[in-house]
Design a protein around this ligand. Structure first.
Ligand code: DC
Length: 204
């Protein structure tokens, strides 16, 4: 089968990562979270706060993101500080362009298909993706799911604030991509959401 991309866009707590990993397993292809690049950049910037790096060298190798050859543990990347900085730097055009370029390069380097999740994957970075999904759920449900994730310490009100920032930014705000399958999974389990995607997109 020819190499293809499946994008999953949507706000935090809709299950983009868990659902994306399951779909990648079923489709026997690669999975990547674009938030990982924003988080790695945020970590690098927080660590080198006094340095003015006009340019960042971002490379994704075997699904691991390197910023100027540094890589970080998921404990570091999912700290509250990095979560807040990543949302802040994601508003900058220069940063978004670096991330976009690194993701396009990553896809080119792969010999298998890719399932990729993030807020602007189908709407901006991979507009010509073969399959596009937009997931949504109500705020309380998303907040509860985030609170249940051991590595995230985000509360419902933190999530609401970050959602507002991500949705109202001028560049690449969160939106439903053209041609996307839209699913509100407030009342669906993970497995039910996956089954619905497989059925609607005829993936099997
Ligand atoms: O998906 P995440 O929680 O790991 O993302 C962290 C932050 O990175 C998020 O608040 C906004 C930014 N981000 C983005 O702007 N665009 C993406 N495609 C992925 C993440």
């Amino acid at each position: 089968m020819e190499k293809f991309i499946l994008t999953i866009d949507g706000p935090s707590g809709v299950g983009k990562t868990s659902i994306g990993k399951h779909l990648a397993d079923i489709l026997k292809c690669n999975f990547f979270s674009s938030g990982n690049v924003y988080r790695s950049l945020a970590m690098f910037i927080n660590k080198n706060i006094d340095e003015d790096y006009g340019k960042y060298d971002i490379e994704i190798l075997d699904g691991i993101c390197y910023v100027n050859r540094e890589t970080y543990s998921s404990e570091d990347l999912y700290s509250n500080e990095v979560t807040i900085t990543s949302s802040k730097i994601a508003k900058e055009e220069k940063i978004r362009n670096y991330v976009k370029e690194s993701l396009l390069k990553y896809y080119q380097s792969l010999d298998k298909s890719l399932v990729i999740e993030g807020r602007d994957m189908g709407s901006v970075v991979f507009q010509n993706a073969k399959y596009k999904i937009y997931l949504d759920a109500d705020l309380i449900t998303r907040g509860k799911r985030r609170e249940d994730q051991s590595k995230m310490n985000e509360t419902v009100s933190d999530l609401k604030k970050r959602d507002l920032e991500d949705s109202n930014r001028l560049i690449s705000p969160l939106k439903v991509p053209d041609g996307a399958l839209v699913i509100n999974n407030t009342d669906l389990t993970l497995q039910e959401t996956i089954n619905l995607i497989i059925e609607k997109l005829r993936l099997q």
